[in-house]
Design a protein around this ligand. Structure first.
Ligand SMILES: [Fe+2]
Length: 347
């Protein structure tokens, strides 16, 4: 394309798009991210601004560009994994539901044996608590001293059971279909929520918010113990991940947490979903949807969450060091370089 023609095109775009210059800056900063492997704070703030200014449209448009540079790999006619057996048609239905509702729930559950193993791991592995998240503590169910105990991604990625879950071919294919490109494994997270504080805690993400660490992502949640209305079920507003699905008046407050009452006028009552489930229950969601945990009345909740993404652009978390990989995990990552972008294997 000639220089003059490019200039004319830019000039037309500038007059028709009020976010033109912000997008231009973002494009430059995305290139810097590709060159350096890290996102600057300025570039990340531009992503947040563009999400808010376009009510989510910018993220979808940018993700569409990523499809070209990282096209999805072909997959078999059907795949077997933790959520069950899925044919191509099943995958299409799941993806349609995800696009429509923002969340998908599964009938399949993690086995009791696996839930017991993960519970033992969580009772014996140090975690971090607010306000400092600095001193590692072991959670004592008899005497909780914080509303949330977060495990370090580093200790989770070295757990063989978690390695098996994150490489589940069905889960990866859900992400592949949703992004339209090869997914990257972003991080694992696990935490205890407790009844230490009875009121909604911002630390424990118990007020409505949406996540925005990446351009596009998918989270899979596993309840490791039974979750009822008493011990902090996950809540979300169905369909609120879509472009233009958030009220501009609320978005204009910036990237903040929002009380239930402020969102109630904008959505139908039956769009407010509460996810209870037996131990081992699993569901996945695009947490661009408004979502929150509920304050616990009693007991505790152990959740494992894994995230896939289409690009590591965004919040800068340290790359995970894998020092204890099963042979299968090592082999999988060696053959799936995109998946393993955020993992560093210790020699
Ligand atoms: Fe969140």
């Amino acid at each position: 394309m000639s220089g003059i023609f490019k200039k004319i095109q830019k000039s037309i775009a500038y007059r028709t798009d009020k976010n033109f210059w912000l997008k231009e800056k973002f494009n430059q900063n995305y290139q810097n991210y590709l060159d350096s492997g890290a996102t600057t704070e300025e570039a990340y703030q531009e992503l947040v601004q563009l999400y808010v200014a376009t009510n989510g449209k910018f993220n979808e448009e940018y993700n569409a560009k990523l499809k070209k540079s990282n096209p999805p790999l072909p997959v078999a006619q059907s795949l077997k994994g933790v959520p069950g057996n899925f044919t191509n048609d099943d995958f299409k239905k799941v993806n349609a539901t995800l696009n429509q509702n923002g969340y998908v729930h599964f009938d399949a559950k993690l086995s009791k044996e696996l839930c017991d193993k993960l519970t033992q791991f969580a009772l014996n592995t140090p975690s971090l608590i607010p306000p400092t998240y600095k001193e590692p503590v072991i959670y004592n169910p008899e005497n909780p001293v914080a509303e949330i105990y977060k495990f370090n991604a580093q200790s989770l990625i070295n757990n063989a059971d978690i390695q098996q879950l994150i490489t589940d071919p069905v889960l990866i294919n859900f992400a592949r279909n949703y992004f339209g490109c090869e997914p990257i494994f972003d991080f694992p997270a696990m935490w205890w929520s407790t009844a230490f504080k009875k009121e909604a805690s911002s630390e424990a993400a118990q007020l409505f918010h949406f996540d925005l660490d990446r351009i596009k992502w998918l989270k899979v949640f596993f309840y490791i113990n039974e979750v009822t209305l008493d011990n902090g079920p996950h809540c979300y507003i169905e369909g609120s991940h879509k472009v233009n699905a958030k009220p501009a008046e609320i978005l204009n407050r910036g990237y903040v947490r929002v009380p239930d009452a402020d969102l109630a006028p904008y959505y139908k009552p039956d769009a407010f979903k509460t996810v209870c489930g037996e131990a081992g229950s699993m569901f996945m969601g695009d947490t661009k949807c408004w979502h929150k945990g509920t304050p616990l009345k009693k007991g505790h909740r152990l959740v494992l969450e894994i995230e896939y993404t289409s690009s590591m652009f965004g919040a800068n978390y340290p790359k995970m060091e894998v020092s204890n990989a099963s042979q299968t995990f090592k082999g999988f990552c060696a053959n799936n370089k995109t998946f393993a972008t955020n993992l560093h294997f210790k020699k």
